[in-house]
Design a protein around this ligand. Structure first.
Ligand code: SAH
Ligand code: SF4
Length: 428
């Protein structure tokens, strides 16, 4: 989501305000930092980075520095207390006001702070997104009302608001006209997307996927991140109806233990999750699944953790993300005793990550010998003589190609080797 927001600010400053992007901070007139506060570590990085830029400002006093995103939303004026050389503070919902904040900072000595949540206003003021390749993000909803006990998102991004379906479809059409072949619908809780007043779980997203799949030239649809609680049967059914919807689903479960899920206020049980996956597999056998996990949540016993490991084996997750619990401001879990020791958290994280990695390797090796439909996304990062493509389950495949004309196209690749972080393929 932050990547999407950053690109949109870049588009806005470039298109309507004549800015150019530079990769050299010392050349910049304005430096913006988009921030994440999901875990404490991400938040601390913000102040380290700002410390580096403070030196640049000494050399070039007219340089303006802005901080946006969830740390800005959470900390507001405190950003200025900790880093008084910052000129602009903006939130995730006020990215469209950055040009005005910048203009004011040129004439005003006081820092400009704007961290309101003005619903979907930002989308009315942002230019149509530029595309940088065949795959694009499209934000369809923002915010979250779930208040999982550990999570800052409802506090920093505000409550769920969905964009107008007509506007989203227009944005998708515009991207396809610019050569995009794959869209990734984005939202903190993407399947809570609502079209109008309809309350049926998952129906809004299901219909959006159905309608987007009819757009000529759009061949692949993804969405992220979905929540098991909002995954109604309507959305499950789409896997049986829409071939453009990828055979890969990222569906965070966080824990395999019902008592921890309850303490986390996830609104589903382990059994609900298993049942949901089996219904999805009923519509789309062979779908690849990934997830997010938190280890060391307050009260997590060895037994609870074993249940998480067991769920990983039972579902056969591929390429998941796992994190140590990090206490966050304003969240309910702050009231719980953070009773799993840091060493225990580390130990659990590494055993979970080993298991996840092993599973991912097994799946990669199983892909050797198959032919995969892949979207060619660009030049290989390792070898400029090769191109890079992505499989439906989001794996990178590097392959030899004589020209770059395939970039942006779907091709069939025979998978010939599985490496730890990528696959090797040859054109089928
Ligand atoms: N809306 C999505 C996830 C958004 S946050 C969902 O509900 O599944 C992305 C991930 O960050 C979460 O899935 C969770 O695994 C992790 N996360 C969020 N808050 C955290 C915290 N306080 N400590 C550790 N990990 C956290
Ligand atoms: Fe955070 Fe996701 Fe829970 Fe919302 S549903 S509170 S974003 S973890």
């Amino acid at each position: 989501m932050n990547e999407y927001d950053s690109n949109r600010v870049g588009d806005l400053l470039g298109e309507s305000h004549g800015f150019e992007i530079t990769s050299k901070p010392e050349e910049a007139d304005l430096i913006l930092l988009n921030t994440c506060s999901i875990r404490e570590k991400a938040q601390e990085k913000v102040f380290h980075e700002l410390g580096r830029w403070k030196k640049l400002k000494k050399l070039k006093p007219e340089l303006k520095i802005g901080v946006g995103g969830c740390v800005a939303s959470q900390e507001g004026k405190n950003i200025i207390s900790r880093a008084p050389f910052v000129d602009i503070v903006f939130g995730p919902q006020t990215i469209h006001r950055v040009p005005d904040l910048y203009q004011s900072s040129l004439v005003n000595c006081n820092p400009g702070i704007d961290i309101e949540f003005p619903k979907t206003e930002k989308f009315d003021y942002l230019p149509s997104p530029s595309s940088k390749g065949p795959s694009a993000f499209v934000s369809i909803m923002e915010g979250c009302n779930k208040y999982c006990t550990y999570c800052v998102v409802p506090h920093t991004r505000g409550h769920e608001v969905s964009r107008d379906k007509k506007d989203i479809l227009e944005e998708v059409r515009a991207l396809v006209d610019k050569g995009v072949r794959e869209v990734n619908f984005l939202g903190q809780n993407v399947n809570a997307y609502r079209d109008g007043k309809d309350k049926t779980k998952g129906l809004g997203l299901a219909n959006l996927i159905r309608e987007s799949s009819e757009i000529e030239g759009l061949d692949r649809i993804r969405f992220t991140t979905s929540h098991p609680f909002e995954f109604g049967q309507e959305l499950v059914n789409v896997y049986g109806e829409v071939p453009e919807l990828v055979s890969h689903l990222h569906l965070p479960v966080q824990s395999g233990s019902n008592s921890i899920l309850k303490l986390m206020r996830r609104r589903h049980t382990r059994e609900d999750y298993i049942d949901l996956i089996s219904r999805i597999k009923g519509k789309r056998p062979g779908i690849s699944l990934s997830s997010d996990f938190i280890v060391g949540f307050p009260g997590e016993t060895e037994e609870d953790f074993m249940l998480t490991l067991d769920l990983v084996d039972q579902i056969g997750f591929d390429e998941s993300y796992s994190f140590m619990y990090s206490p966050r401001p304003n969240t309910t879990a702050l009231e719980f005793e953070d009773d799993v020791s840091p060493d225990k958290k580390k130990e659990r994280l590494s055993s979970l990550q080993n298991k996840i990695k092993n599973n991912a390797n097994i799946i990669s090796r199983r892909m050797v010998g198959t032919t995969e439909s892949c979207l060619v996304t660009g030049v290989s990062k390792k070898d400029p003589g090769q191109l890079q493509a992505r499989t439906e389950n989001n794996r990178v495949v590097n392959f030899n190609a004589s020209s770059h004309s395939m970039i942006g196209e779907f091709i069939n690749l025979d998978i010939v080797e599985a490496l730890p972080n990528s696959l090797r393929g040859v054109i089928a």
